[in-house]
Design a protein around this ligand. Sequence first.
Ligand code: NAP
Length: 413
Amino acid sequence: MGATETIVLINQHLIDPEVCIRCNTCEETCPIDAITHDDRNYVVNPDICNGCNACVPPCPTGSIDHWHAVPKSAAYSLEDQLSWDELPALQEVPADAVVSAAVDSVVTPADTLQHNAAVSNTSHNAPWSAAHPYLNLYGIKNPLTATVAGNFRLTDADAESDIRHIVLDFGKQFFPLLEGQSIGIVPPGLDASGKPHYLRMYSVASARDGERESYNNLALTVKRVVTDHEGKAALGVASNYLCDLNKGDKVQVTGPFGTSYLMPNHAGSNILMICTGTGSAPMRAMTEYRRRLAANGKPVDGKLMLFFGARKPQELPYFGPLLKLPASFIDMHLAFSRVEGEPRAYVQDKLRAAGPAVVELLKGDTYIYICGLKGMEAGVLDALRDVCIAAGLDWSSLQSRMVAEGRFHVETY
Ligand code: NAP
C-alpha cells in the first residue's frame, strides 16, 4: 500500500472579476502590496497575501471577499487571475487526502500596525443610527433594467465640463437604496479585447424615498469624461454612455453597494460634508433627505455644514437649487478655483476660513463625509488638523475616535 498523500491547502484570496468595479481601494489598502492589477482585473498575489483581511471592509462591492481552498502547489497564479472573466468553481479536495493545513498565513504585529495605519483615514462601519442597507441584490449576471426618466445638463451650456443629472426609474421592481450608497452601471458592448465592459460605480444623488418623493427612482450625477488621467483625449466608456442617454432608454443596473458611507438618522446628529465636483452626489442625497424630513414636519435638529468646490459657479452641479436653501437649514461654503480675476479657492481654504464654526461642530455629535477628487483628501485633512490646533483640539485623537465610531467617511477617486 502506498503512503497517504498529504496535500497542503491554502485559503487563496481571490477577487471576483464579475463584481469588482476596479476602484483601486483594495490595492491602496493592502499593507503588504499583495494586490495588483492590469487594465482589466484586480488580483491577489498568493505568494504575498497573508490573509490579514485589511482590504475586505473597505471594498464597496464585496468582490474582494472570496477565499478558495486550493492545494498550495496548484495555487492560481497572477497570470491565471488576470485572464479570468469570472471566478473558477470551488475545487474538490480529494477524499483520501490528508489536509495538513487549512490556512497557510500568519499575521504579524507589524502587519497589524501597518494595516491600522492604512485604514485609519475612513470609517468602515456605519453611523450607529444608520438605516440597514440592502446589498448586492443584482449582479452582472442578473442586472436590473431601469428606464431613463430624464437626463438634464447641470453645467451651463458654455461651461467646459458637461455634468448631467440622470434619473433612472425602476417601476415596480425592488431596488432599495440609502443616501451614500452606489449602484453599478453596465455599459453595453465590448471592450478593446472583445470582452463585455465591466461595471462602473456611481454614487446615488437622491434620497432613499426617490428622486421624486415616493417614486421608485434615483438620480446620478455624471461628468462626461473626455480625457484620460494624463489629460490626453479619451472618451470614458460609461460616462459618455450615460450622458448620451435619452428619456425612455433602458439601462442595466447592479447593486446596491456600500455598507458604511451612510448618514446618521438620530435627532441632533450634525453632518459636515466636504466635496468637489461630482463628489457632491452623496451630499445632495443626504441634504435632500434632511430637507424632506423638515418639510414633512419631522425636524432633525442637527446642523448641516457643506464645503463644496468647483471650477466656477457655472460648473458647480446643483448651484441654483443649492442657493435656494436657507442658511438656517444648511451652512454653505462654496469654493471656486477658476473664476477670472479672483484668487483660486479650494474647499480646504474655506474650511480654514470657517475654522471656529467647524471646530464648534466637531465638538458636537458630528459625522464627516468627504467625497470627490483624490487629490483633495490630504489638503482637507491638513485643514481639519489646522483648525483644531488653532482651537486647542487634538485632531489626531478626535479623528481616530470618529473613525472608530463610524463618524468619518471618505470616498475619493
Ligand atoms: P473637478 O471639476 O476636476 O474639480 C472640482 C474642483 O476641485 C475644482 O475646483 C478643482 O480645482 C478642485 N481641486 C483640484 N485639485 C484639488 C485639490 N488638491 N484640493 C482641493 N480641490 C481641488 O472635479 P470632477 O471632475 O467633478 O471630479 C470629482 C471627483 O469625484 C472625480 O474624481 C469622481 O470620480 C469623484 N466621484 C464622483 C462620484 C459620482 O457619483 N459622480 C462619486 C464619488 C466620487 P482646479 O481643477 O481648478 O485646480
